[in-house]
Ligand binder design. Structure first.
Ligand code: ADP
Length: 186
């Protein structure tokens, strides 16, 4: 049983690592970015509201995200644990998650932070070949700025709670996985 939060800037490899570790541990991988992209593709009400923010590289308003997470953590499969990837992304969301988990009688075990220098992130996102609508240079700059202003403060938030695990994300994918695996299990 593990309950993990994956932090880290865009391009750090959060999604890749979260998905691999979730498979290894046999727990659901919950990516708010993926839930939103699928809502946009299906043109649901949520998707229509979220799209303009995502296209600009800004955070989608908290009320939309909080109801996604609320509903997702109410499903049965979370009894084995979970990985939250891309949530929380600001201090308000982290406070909300604390309260939600307290109500569910759960708490997170670790917040895994992937560290990668900005210049490496920009290169990765531009050359990544992911074909994502928000992987253009202007939008990447905005996403990085939003990350530093709104999400990076969560590093201290979880360090203060003795939950933080920092991993060097600027090494080969398998090595990053190995390091995360050892640190979350150790
Ligand atoms: P990345 O970390 O590469 O930016 P994500 O897939 O996590 O990619 O997120 C893509 C976009 O989805 C974000 O730029 C943002 O607009 C939106 N998004 C995802 N998660 C959240 C969240 N927790 N709060 C607000 N917006 C979010």
């Amino acid at each position: 049983m593990a309950r993990l939060i994956f932090l880290g800037p865009p391009g750090a490899g959060k999604g890749t690592q979260a998905s691999t570790i979730a498979q290894l541990l046999g727990i659901p991988h919950i990516s708010t970015g993926e839930i939103l992209r699928s809502a946009v593709a299906q043109q649901t009400e949520l998707g229509l509201k979220a799209k303009e923010y995502m296209d600009r590289g800004e955070l989608v308003p908290d009320d939309l995200i909080l109801s996604i997470v609320n509903e997702r953590l109410a499903l049965d499969d979370v009894s084995s644990g979970w990985i939250l990837d891309g949530f929380p992304r600001n201090v308000g969301q982290a406070d909300f998650l604390d309260q939600l988990l307290a109500d569910l009688n759960q708490s997170c075990d670790h917040a895994v932070n992937l560290e990668v220098p900005d210049e490496v992130l920009v290169k990765r996102l531009l050359n990544g070949g992911r074909n994502r609508a928000d992987d253009t240079e202007d939008v990447i700059r905005t996403r990085l700025e939003v990350y530093h202003r709104q999400t990076a403060p969560l590093i201290d938030f979880y360090r203060d709670r003795h939950k933080l695990i920092s991993v060097n994300g600027n090494q080969p994918i398998d090595q990053v996985t190995e390091e995360i695996k050892n640190r979350v299990q150790g």
